[in-house]
Design a protein around this ligand. Structure first.
Ligand SMILES: Cc1ncc(COP(=O)(O)O)c(C=O)c1O
Length: 384
């Protein structure tokens, strides 16, 4: 049996090892000078004014909502990781679910429009798997209705919408979990053009104290600490930030390689009637944080079992969707999510990461072909 092909393997090079080693030797492990460096590079990459390093995207989402003072309804897709909705609940607001577009799996602007009501305060577009939502229509809608945009860009770093970065349209949140476009082990970033939002997030993430430990260390009375709000500890460490500084300089190369793998997969799967490869919408630049195919006419779970028996680390994003999870079963009873419900039962995620080798990629393709044969549903009445 050949080696397993994981769903994702992070690309960690000699530069990251060296950067982390230096920080460990410096003795300054907590939030420190590399945080400011990483924030500056990240803000520049996105083309926004402010970026704040945090311990996760989940924290960034929660603090984004709190810092905007949102306590009413936030419209988001149910076809997402549960962290998107959890952040809304944790911040004291209410999630309202809108259906997604069947081609992109991104939130459908028409479905969002249908859910805007008197209590709506924000829209949370989730850029699924590396492709931007239709931010042209969503920002127009938000501007018209006076709503905030809180982008969940956990799955998209470097994706473009008409030349603008996903995550540059509102206050946005990114994840550096090891499966994402870049990694700091765990970690997240909040980005915004709103100086006050950035400042509130900085304070909330550091126990509610206006100056960080590193900044205080440079002052005359470093021991003086006065909280201005009851905050959290959601900081990123100096060690992770040092890794982030290296990774952000390599993210375009990572994404180019993801796109090359996607092109080979697309070509191989185009002739398989049961599979629909992902579609890159005109005007978008997809960065394939995940490579997902939609299946039809096969038993999806049997298909997955076949791949996994072959050592192909295929998975599903997302089944069940958020509204079918126990905690959310009774939240938003007015929801109407037919596309989400079909997608969650038909989608499959295949291995995708920059260092995927040609041999591994071909093994995935061969295994997908045989898995389709092994899991094809026989049409009722066919051949009888
Ligand atoms: C859409 C989405 N939002 C939020 C998160 C949470 O990210 P983190 O693990 O950094 O909190 C994820 C992570 O998988 C995600 O896919």
């Amino acid at each position: 049996m050949s080696d397993k092909i994981p769903l994702c393997v992070p690309s960690i090079g000699a530069e990251e090892h060296e950067a982390v080693r230096r920080v460990l030797e410096s003795g300054w492990l907590t939030h420190g000078p590399h945080n400011a460096e990483f924030e500056e590079l990240f803000a520049k990459y996105l083309g926004v004014r402010h970026a704040v390093c945090l311990n996760s995207c989940a924290s960034a989402l929660q603090l984004a909502i709190e810092a905007h003072g949102i306590t009413g309804e936030v419209i988001l897709p149910s076809f997402t990781f549960v962290a998107s909705a959890n952040a809304i609940v944790r911040a004291g607001a209410t999630p309202i679910f809108a259906d997604v577009d069947p081609t992109t799996c991104n939130i459908d602007p028409a479905a969002v429009a249908a859910r805007i009501g008197p209590r709506t305060e924000a829209i949370m577009p989730v850029h699924f798997a590396g492709q931007s939502c239709d931010m042209t229509r969503l920002t127009e809608m938000a501007d018209r209705s006076g709503l905030a945009i809180i982008e969940d860009s956990a799955e998209t770093i470097g994706g473009l919408h008409h030349g603008a970065q996903a995550g540059s349209f509102g206050t946005s949140c990114f994840s550096f979990f090891p499966t994402k476009n870049l990694t700091t082990c765990e970690g997240g970033m909040l980005a915004t053009n709103d100086r006050e939002v950035a400042e509130r997030v900085r304070i909330l993430s550091g126990h509610g104290i206006a100056k960080t430990t590193y900044e205080k260390d440079q002052t005359a009375k470093p021991w003086y600490r006065s909280a201005v709000v009851a905050g959290y500890n959601m900081r990123m460490s100096n060690v992770q930030a040092a890794m982030g500084v290296q990774q952000i300089s390599r993210v375009d190369d990572f994404n180019d390689r993801r796109r090359q793998h996607a092109a080979v997969y697309d070509e191989a799967f185009a002739s398989i009637a049961e599979l629909s490869p992902p579609v890159e919408v005109d005007g978008n630049h997809h960065v394939y944080q995940m490579y997902t195919v939609q299946t039809e006419g096969i038993d999806r779970d049997l298909f997955l079992e076949h791949l996994r028996r072959d050592g192909v680390g295929a998975s599903v994003h997302f089944d069940p969707p958020v509204h079918e999870q126990q905690f959310y079963a009774d939240v938003d009873p007015q929801r109407d999510l037919p596309v989400t419900e079909i997608l969650s039962k038909s989608i499959v995620t295949l291995p995708m990461f920059p260092d995927l080798t040609e041999t591994q990629r071909q093994r995935v393709i061969d295994s997908v072909r045989s898995a389709v044969e092994a899991s094809r549903l026989i049409a009722v009445g066919a051949g009888s």
